[in-house]
Design a binder for this molecule. Sequence first.
Ligand code: NAP
Length: 549
Amino acid sequence: MPSLTKETKSTAWHAQPLDYEVIAIGAGVCGLYQTYRLQKMGIKFLTLEAGSDVGGTWYWNRYPGARFDSESFTYAYSFSKELLDEWDWSERFAGQPETEAYFQYVAKKFDLRKNIQFNTRVASARYNEENRSWTVLCADGREYTTRFLVTAIGVLSAPTRPRYKGMDKFKGQSFHTFDWPSEPLDFARLRVGIIGTGSTGVQIISEIADKVADLTVFQRRPNWCAPLRNRPITKEEMAEIRASYDKIFARCAQTPGGFIHGPDDRATFDVPEAERLAFWEQLYAAPGFGKWLGNFRDILMDATANAEFTRFMSAKIRERINDPALAEKLIPKDHQFGTRRVPLETNYYECYNRDNVHLVDISETPILEITEKGVLTSDREYEFDLLIYATGFDAITGAYDRIDFVGENGVYLRDKWADGPLTALGVMTTGFPNLLTMAGPQSGSAGQNFPRGIEEVINWWSELLEYIRGNGYTKIEPKQELEDAWLEHVIKMGDGALLGKEKSWFSGYNTNLDREYKPRYLIYMGGAPRYRKRLAEQAQSNYSGFNFS
Ligand code: NAP
C-alpha cells in the first residue's frame, strides 16, 4: 500500500494546477448519480471505483437470492423521465442480476463510464491547506489532486468475517457473501454450512435450501423475518406504474424511510382489538415493508404497543414451522419486532421443515473453531464442502475507516470518529474542508430507501457546488456550531426511537471487530422529511452553517 507520509509530488507541487475540480469515490448507486450530475455540470472531475464496473452493492453482492426489499419501482432513479420510460422492471422486488443490469443501463445511456476509472481502490486522501485541495492516493500508486473530494463509498461495503480460530485451515470452499465467486457453484452435491441469519443469510438460506445436498445454519440470534411477497410485474402493471411515477415518488418523499410504506396515523391501543388484528393480517398478506414501516404509528416508538405486534408475529412464525421446539429457537426473545432491520423473506421459515436443513443454535452450543473439515461447536463437529460467512459489515463508518483521510493539522478521520462520527448534517465534518460525505454517517440519506435519499442529498450538494463556484470560493467547511447542534439533534431523534438501539449494524454493533459498538448514533433517525427540511434551511440561508473562503 503506498504510504501517505512519503512526499510524492515535487516541492513546488502546490503551485501547480489541480488535476480535477471534483473527485468522487465510488460508482455505486450514489456515485453513479454523482457522476451524472458532475458530467452535466461540465466540470473537470473523475470518479474512482474499486470494482470493474458500476453498481456498488449490486455489483458486489452476487450471492444466490440477493434481491431488493424495496419495491423495484421505488428504487429506480427519478431524475430522468426518459430513463423511467425506457426501463421495465420484471418483478415487484427485482433480483440482483436485473438490478445490476439496470445500473449498467444507466451508465451506458448517459455515457457515464468515460469519467469513471475502474479497478481503482483509494488508499488515502490528504488535505493540503496551501492550495485548498485534496491529494488522493490510490492503492496502485496513482495520485491525483482535486479541489473537492466526494465520498460515495457505501453504507454496507466493508464486509467483516468472524475471527474464529482455524478459519484458514478449512479445506473446502469458504467466502463472505460480499465476495461471492463469479463461477457458478454446483450446489446439488454440496454440504453447506452458513454462519449468519441477517437479511443476507435469510435470502441465501431460502434460495439454496432445496438446491443443496445438505444445509446447516449456525444462528447466534434470530431475526424477525417477514414475508416479501414478490411476484412478476406484467406489461400492463408496468404501464400503470409508469403512469404513476410522480405519485409514487411523491409518496416516498412523505414517508420517514423513503419507501411507499409509511406509518398509519392511528396508535395501536386506539384501535379495538378485532380491528387491530384485521389490520395486521392485511399487512402480513401484503408485499414489502408495510408490516414494519406501515404499521401503527407507535409500533416503533412504544415498547408496550410493539409487544402486541411482537406477539402477533411470534404466532405467525409458529404457524409456519412443524417442530414447535424449533419454532421457539427461530423466534427472537431478546428484542422486539422491528427494532433491528427486518429481513424480508420468501419461504424462509418453511426451509426448516425440510429434512436436509438443520439449525444449530450457537447461543447454546457455541462455535469453538473452524476445522479442516468444517465447524466444531461445543456439541460436535459438522463437515462441509462449502462454508458461507453471512456475517455482515462494519457498517456506515467502516468504509471510511479503511481509507486514510487526513484533514487539517494531520488529523486522521478515523481518529476524529473513534468514539463515533461527528458530522454537520451528515454531509461534512469540521477539520476536513472540501470533503463531502454523501450518504455518510448521520446523514438522513443512509438509512432510507437508498436512491430516494441519495438523489436528494446529491441535488443539494450540486446546488451548493454551483454556489461555491459562482462566488469563486475555494474552501468550504462546516461551522462547529452546526456540527454540535447536529449531534444533539441526531441523539434526540435516536433516543426517541426503538430502532437503532438494539445490537445491530444500525448501532455500529459488530463482534468481529476490536470494538463491539460505535458509540453515538450512526444513522439519523429523524426521518427523510425532517432531514430534507434541514438541508433546505441551509440552502435558503445561503448555507449559514458553513464557512466559505
Ligand atoms: P447483518 O444483518 O449484520 O447480519 C449478520 C449476521 O451474522 C447476524 O445474524 C449475526 O448474528 C451473524 N454474525 C456476525 N458475526 C458472527 C459471528 N462471529 N459468529 C456468529 N454469527 C455472527 O448482515 P447482513 O445480513 O449482511 O445484512 C446487513 C444489511 O444489508 C441488512 O440489514 C440490509 O440493510 C442490507 N441487506 C439488504 C438486502 C435487501 O433485501 N435489499 C439483502 C441483504 C442485506 P447476531 O445477530 O447475533 O449479531
